[in-house]
Design a protein around this ligand. Sequence first.
Ligand code: HEM
Length: 299
Amino acid sequence: MKKYLLFLVSSLFVTSVAFAADSQIWGDMRLEDILGYGQAESTKLGPLFTMLQSNYFAKAFLVVLVGVPLVFLIHYLIIGPKVFSHDGKKIYAFSLLARVIHQIAAISFMVLVPSGFIMVFGSTFGGGEFVRMMKDLHGLATIPFAIVVIPMFVIWVKDMFIHWDDIKWLMIVGGYLSRKKNPVPAGKFNAGQKTWYWLATLGGVVMVLTGASMYFMDFDIAMLREITGLSQIDILRAAAIIHNIVGVLITALFFVHIYMAVFAIKGAVNGIITGYKEEEEVKILHSSWYKKLKKQGKI
Ligand code: HEM
């Protein structure tokens, strides 16, 4: 793992310095640059890109920015948080490596998400130096996330495959529409957590690749053009379209993740800091995992 991280840090560093030196990204007319890429030779994604860019993307991000927190405010006021005893046994759930990887992803997202929003609403923020600074910060904060997203995938994948419990969990929305503390059908991770995991890791890789292609705009990978049959300008348009669509989904579920981890279950955030979860929380919210641990004599 150490060798992998060292290799990745050094190759990402070398790549970014090599490209940054003569890239147009430091110029400020990114859209204008895209338009400069031989508009004539390719109109495949032009109309779709312009239509989505001017009509939908900003609106979708606004719905996420306002709508998701609003729904959770209503949930918190009407149903309220689940409160479990903190006097019971502590159950070990997250290794030190998992927590370190997680915290790096969390910190990078705390930069990526706000800077991404400011770029989406760039004209509202005057579109000048401040927005350009956010673009650079967005690029820089991608590096730590790009380093940890694969290890995050690897460390948790075995617990993330779909199970009957997940269907039952979805049918009762994980028990979060009731104040009662009835045992909920879930393993170590419930259906909501698994959905976030797959989107955050696989979607995260897509965000890194599409983001990097928009950053290093004038890369020339003939193979990519041959495989996709798209010209450079359409590859950039496709990257922008995919980055926005996956960005809307990831941001929405990121807000859900924070609400669940910090507000909906009192004290749950301790689990990802100390590695230990409260026995009653596991017994109720991860009842199948609790039974399994009992059977194995681990608790
Ligand atoms: C400030 C932001 C964040 C907070 C407060 C937070 C908090 C937590 C907590 C408390 C858990 C343990 C949940 C449990 O008890 O089972 C957890 C798990 C997890 N976190 Fe985060 N997290 C944050 C950001 C992120 C980011 C940015 C990613 C990935 C891009 C991420 C991916 C995961 C995954 C995959 C899990 C395991 C499945 C799950 O519980 O959803 N987290 N996080």
